[in-house]
Write a protein that binds this ligand. Structure first.
Ligand SMILES: [Fe+2]
Length: 277
């Protein structure tokens, strides 16, 4: 939000920030790649166009994993090209279970993608890697928790903090995907419980919207830019909801607002009867 200064009669940027989270793009090695019949390049572009229409001011873009469907370099390059076609703002990403953390790390340097600690207004955003090579579930290595602990202990200005990761640290209510939670989420909550500056944890992975709260921390999951999974289902079920993204308005005083926007003006051919992906 901008503040009017009486002396100058001009608007001065405050230390708030508009952060856009998009996730689970699942881009394949080639542009024609589909997931359950949906072209994932096309649905990502549709979401980027939606963001462009809905968000007149953006400070930071974050992508929370499953950028590529098979951890392929081509997918990362196309992802970057597509995002940059629409936005020049800083972009940060982190790996999901379908990604290659190694290839993403190498690509990030050449593509100029932001490091894992981002300043947005007077907030800090910490990007955590919960991916485990060859596994669908999540786990935060000791090195990730140590890094987070270091950042929180050295946050001398008491900046409000938002954490992003790929896997859900709490159950979202769908048995089949809650098997693939962050297995050591208790260690994460033990750590962040010691720092009242941590306000938000937000993730992808579950391809659905979720809102929760734990230890005074607000918890969010964000819809995928491609196929959606139906909430509160025992077995894998594809939802008819449209691709989307989440916005965060981070206020200077540590308060915030957030919401989800979805594509409305497209129709997709998706295999809704699929038993898995
Ligand atoms: Fe995913």
């Amino acid at each position: 939000m901008d503040a009017l200064t009486p002396e100058s009669n001009t608007y001065q940027a405050s230390a708030g920030a508009r952060v856009i989270q998009f996730t689970d793009c699942h881009l394949g090695p080639v542009e024609s790649e589909t997931l359950l019949g949906l072209n994932t390049d096309q649905s990502l572009e549709d979401v980027l166009q939606l963001i462009q229409r809905k968000e007149p001011h953006i400070d930071q873009l974050v992508c929370t994993g499953d950028v590529a469907s098979e951890g392929n370099t081509e997918g990362y390059l196309r992802f970057h090209k597509l995002v940059r076609r629409y936005f020049k703002q800083p972009l940060a990403w982190l790996p999901g279970n379908h990604d290659s953390a190694e290839i993403m790390s190498v690509s990030a340097k050449s593509l100029g993608i932001e490091p894992r600690l981002v300043t947005a207004g007077n907030w800090l955003i910490v990007m955590l890697d919960s991916s485990v090579p060859g596994q669908v579930y999540g786990h935060l290595e000791a090195s990730e928790l140590d890094y987070l602990s270091y950042v929180l202990r050295h946050n001398h200005d008491n900046k409000p903090v938002m954490l992003c990761l790929h896997h859900q640290p709490v159950n979202v209510g769908s048995e089949w995907i809650d098997q693939y939670i962050v297995k050591n989420a208790a260690a994460l909550f033990d750590l962040v419980g010691q720092f009242s500056q941590v306000k938000i944890i937000s993730w992808g992975h579950v391809h659905q919207e979720f809102v929760g709260k734990r230890n005074n921390i607000d918890l969010f999951a964000t819809p995928s830019t491609c196929v959606q999974f139906k909430a509160q289902c025992k077995k894998f079920t594809v939802d008819t909801l449209m691709p989307g993204y989440r916005w965060f308005q981070l206020n200077p005083d540590g308060s915030f607002s957030t919401g989800v926007n979805r594509v409305t003006d497209k129709s997709y051919v998706i295999d809704y009867k699929s038993a898995g992906y």
